[in-house]
Write a protein that binds this ligand. Structure first.
Ligand code: MD3
Ligand code: FE
Length: 210
């Protein structure tokens, strides 16, 4: 490893807003391990289309894992068709999410769910707020794997102007209390290919919901 690749391997620590910390590249050293864990989850809990609150299918495919308590809480009312109990969260993923939270000033975070979003060319996520019931004192940890995307991070009203944030393979964002109700979305993905994930972007979102 030369000097430049060492510098490139160093993750960033950028506070975008109070309560929003972007750590570029933090997941890179374990990317293959994490992607293998995603495969294990998806073999037990296959991807299905996310649905809008009114029941319409969306272009983003989703799955979940976590504790039975979190499953019963049905924190994601967008997926009422999922009946099978979620598989357990792989330890490598929960341990990493906890380390991400510690680095961001949330040492008590213990996620009980990991929600998976899968995007491909053209998949987008319209500007929305996450209004699910969960402990507002807990942060949310999000890991990006595979294709890059433009993440839109807005304010507290739908029409507030948005920051455009390039999220690449291995990037991690932690969302803490004061940023929790910000509007956010994902611009349509460009067609591309990633050596680990192929034509897809995966986003893993860790939360404590029970
Ligand atoms: C921003 N997913 O599933 S960030 C979602 O890239 C979703 O797939 C993003 O937005 C994605 O609802 C991952 C998740 C996230 C969660 C809470 C937030 C972003 C947030 C609260 C405030 C601002
Ligand atoms: Fe969201």
């Amino acid at each position: 490893m030369n000097l430049f690749s060492q510098l490139a391997a160093e993750p960033t620590h950028e506070e975008i807003f109070p309560g929003t910390v972007l750590m570029r590249g933090l997941a890179l050293p374990q990317d293959a391990e994490f992607f293998a864990s995603v495969g294990v989850i998806l073999s037990a809990a296959p991807l299905h289309p996310a649905t809008t609150p009114s029941g319409l299918p969306m272009s983003v495919m989703v799955s979940d894992c976590g504790t039975p308590e979190a499953f019963r809480r049905r924190w994601d009312p967008q997926n009422p068709s999922v009946r099978k109990l979620w598989p357990a969260m792989p330890r490598v993923l929960s341990d990493f999410a906890i380390r991400c939270a510690v680095r961001s000033g949330f040492p008590h975070f213990r996620p009980d769910t990991c929600h998976i979003n899968r995007y491909q060319a053209g998949t987008k996520l319209g500007i929305h707020q996450d209004r699910h019931e969960f402990d507002l004192h807990q942060p949310i940890v999000s890991i990006s794997l595979g294709l890059e995307c433009i993440f839109l991070l807005g304010g507290f009203q739908r029409t507030d102007k948005t920051k455009h944030i390039l999220l690449e393979h291995g990037d991690v964002i932690v969302w803490g209390g004061p940023s929790r109700m910000r509007f956010h979305g994902v611009q349509p993905l460009k067609p591309d290919h990633h050596p680990l994930t192929g034509p897809y972007r995966y986003n893993l979102t860790f939360r404590k919901v029970a």
